[in-house]
Write a protein that binds this ligand. Structure first.
Ligand SMILES: C[S@@+](CC[C@H](N)C(=O)[O-])C[C@H]1O[C@@H](n2cnc3c(N)ncnc32)[C@H](O)[C@@H]1O
Length: 274
């Protein structure tokens, strides 16, 4: 159990971000439900810890293992004095970037920035200009290419995206007392915002955009800025085939060799060696 003030703050911050405190219900996965199931299911602790549910109100869906992983990698970056900022591409309600800002605060770090990159209007549409078909090949996502979902699924998807607007995410940071000049927002589609972002160097690069283009575009724009000794985290590596494919294609195109480690059943990370 944590006992120092720093550890206690970070532990409580993670519990709040996951809403282990008030145990909000989860939203059923859109592609699993029929109309009779409704919009909510009971809170389930194991699912929440593993980041395998869709929370109705919690500020992150990544679960405790992946929050712990951000903390462990950040603490290593600090210990080794690896230079650079922290970024997440794909923030949803902002929770994991709020945790990153909390880490800077807890350790008194004032010379690093947390970059918060999202459209703040959800995922690209399958027919949107510049979005390739290979972005939607996983079960559940593939159906999105064939047209609008049935009404009962749309209700669930709308609920899932509540609290993810630009104003909402800023407000979430503010509620934790963590909205300040060390937080910078990159608002828009990754392919537009990331190449032009005024980021010099990164120590932590966390990818959570799920889709092929969202993953590839982020790696292409940002991986060259990751310091040697810094870490890349890919949230959906084992969840979405298109995400894993994008990682492999980028690494192959750039002749980069990496050694990914599992965080939990979905996410991986590796350290940049050269
Ligand atoms: C799975 S959610 C991220 C979960 C989040 N990391 C958390 O802590 O709960 C994926 C997010 O990626 C964003 N996204 C996906 N592709 C994008 C793109 N190409 N450009 C901008 N935002 C994108 C969506 O808007 C959504 O908020």
């Amino acid at each position: 159990m944590p006992d120092s003030g720093t550890e206690l703050y970070l532990d409580l911050l993670k519990r709040c971000l996951l809403n282990l405190i008030y145990e909000d219900p989860r939203i059923p996965f859109g592609w699993d439900v029929d109309a009779s199931e409704g919009v909510y299911k009971n809170f389930d602790l194991e699912s929440r810890l593993n980041g395998s549910d869709w929370p109705s109100t919690a500020h992150t869906m990544i679960g405790m293992r992946r929050l712990d992983n951000i903390q462990a990698l950040f603490e290593d970056v600090l210990a080794t004095q690896t230079p650079g900022d922290l970024i997440e591409t794909g923030v949803w309600r902002g929770g994991s970037t709020i945790f990153m800002r909390g880490l800077l605060k807890a350790y008194g770090v004032t010379d690093r920035t947390v970059w918060v990159a999202d459209s703040f209007e959800g995922f690209p549409h399958p027919n949107q200009e510049g979005v390739s078909a290979r972005s939607f090949s996983s079960p559940g996502l593939a159906e999105a290419r064939t047209g609008p979902p049935p009404a009962h699924v749309q209700v669930i998807l709308d609920r899932l995206m509540q609290g993810t607007s630009y104003a909402d995410v800023r407000e979430h940071f503010a509620r934790y007392g963590l909205l300040d000049e060390q937080v910078q927002f990159l608002r828009g589609w990754f392919r537009d915002t990331l190449p032009a972002a005024p980021i010099t160097r990164l120590a932590l690069l966390r990818l959570d955009g799920d889709l092929y283009d969202s993953t590839y575009d982020a790696l292409q724009a940002l991986y060259p800025k990751l310091s040697v000794g810094g870490y890349a985290i890919v949230d959906d590596y084992r969840t979405f085939v298109e995400c894993q494919q994008a990682v492999h294609d980028y690494l192959e195109a750039t002749r980069t060799k990496v050694d990914p480690h599992d965080i939990d059943a979905e996410a991986v990370f590796w350290q940049k060696r050269d």
